[in-house]
Design a binder for this molecule. Structure first.
Ligand SMILES: [Zn+2]
Ligand SMILES: [Zn+2]
Length: 326
């Protein structure tokens, strides 16, 4: 843990007093191995209130509740000009944590952070603090459902009931999936899947039928890509959310089912706004995933808790306002 200077907003920037910040497995990995992060301030699932606003920031006022987001497409990069704003270079670089001018460290594991105004999205009053802290992973799940074009009446199978899998279950229910099944090895997470609205749960893919319209792979385990296909009907879609690194598939089986493989990574600003609205309307309830709140002094313990094999933790949120004696 290190002390940093209180960040001051330059023109076009805002300073956010962090209320809560979700802890993601990305940070668990970064903390234990350094993977994916140089030495940096982590925490990419934050919510807070604006306490300082730089010059030339309009439409945002002091005290406004916000969540972390990505900008609107810039309209000016190669992708935008080619009519593919969903691949806007500005949005992509911000989504990967590289702002154009990252003058300040900008992770949410802190009391204050300063970011460009385009990084924040206003929060509707009806959204609770905990739900706001979970908007970022919920938007990942919502993006997966949209990419997979999951429709009313469809039968959906979700592989893995970690935070993203559970939010995919909620989003699938929100669009009216007729039946949502979850395959998950951990018994406590199977219970969590039922609490998130799964109609049925199973420990392995061999226990479920082979006629799902859509299978959403959220485990990131290499052999699950091929197992996703096994549970699919002919002509169905596999939506890939988990990152297995490397996996082996049998093209003959994919050909036989004429399966469609759809990758879903990240989210757009519009999807963040839609996710906030879904939460405000009680279409999804991300707070169901919340198992523990820790202060900054207990963050290391929280990170370790998420890696323990027998953990009952699903989503831990950091509250930097908690005073601890240490
Ligand atoms: Zn995350
Ligand atoms: Zn662009």
């Amino acid at each position: 843990m290190i002390d940093v200077d209180e960040p001051k907003p330059a023109a076009g920037e805002v300073t956010v007093s962090i209320d809560l910040c979700g802890v993601c497995v990305t940070e668990v990995r970064a903390y234990s191995t350094g993977a994916g992060h140089g030495p940096t301030l982590c925490g990419h699932e934050w919510t807070g209130r604006l306490v300082e606003v730089g010059e030339s920031v309009d439409r945002l006022a002091l005290g406004q509740r916000v969540v972390v987001g990505v900008p609107d497409p810039c309209g000016d990069c190669d992708s935008c000009r080619a009519g593919r704003p969903e691949f806007c270079a500005l949005v992509m670089s911000v989504a990967r944590g590289r702002d154009v001018a990252p003058e300040q460290p900008h992770g949410g594991f802190a009391r204050l952070l300063t970011v460009p105004a385009y990084r924040v999205v206003p929060v509707p009053d009806k959204v609770s603090e905990v739900a706001a802290a979970l908007v970022e992973p919920a938007a990942v799940a919502w993006h997966a459902i949209r990419r997979g074009v999951v429709a009313t009446g469809e039968r959906v199978l979700v592989l893995g009931a970690g935070p993203i899998g559970l939010l995919v279950v909620q989003c699938a229910r929100a669009v009216g999936a007729a039946e949502v099944t979850v395959v998950e090895l951990s018994e406590s997470r199977r219970l969590a899947a039922e609490a998130s609205g799964a109609h049925r749960v199973a420990a392995t893919v061999t226990e479920v039928s082979d006629d799902h319209d859509v299978v959403v792979e959220c485990t990131g385990a290499p052999d699950m890509v091929e197992q996703a296909l096994a549970a699919l009907r002919q002509g169905g879609r596999v939506v890939l959310v988990g990152d297995a690194g490397q996996a082996t598939i049998s093209p003959r089986m994919w050909l036989a089912k004429e399966a469609t493989l759809i990758a879903a990574a990240g989210y757009t600003r519009a999807e963040i706004v839609q996710t906030l609205q879904l939460i405000a309307d009680r279409g999804i309830e991300p707070e169901k995933l919340h198992t523990r709140t820790v202060g900054i002094g207990s963050l290391a313990d929280g990170l370790a808790g998420l890696t323990a094999a027998d953990t009952d933790d699903i989503k831990i949120v950091l509250d930097p306002r908690i005073k601890e004696n240490s």
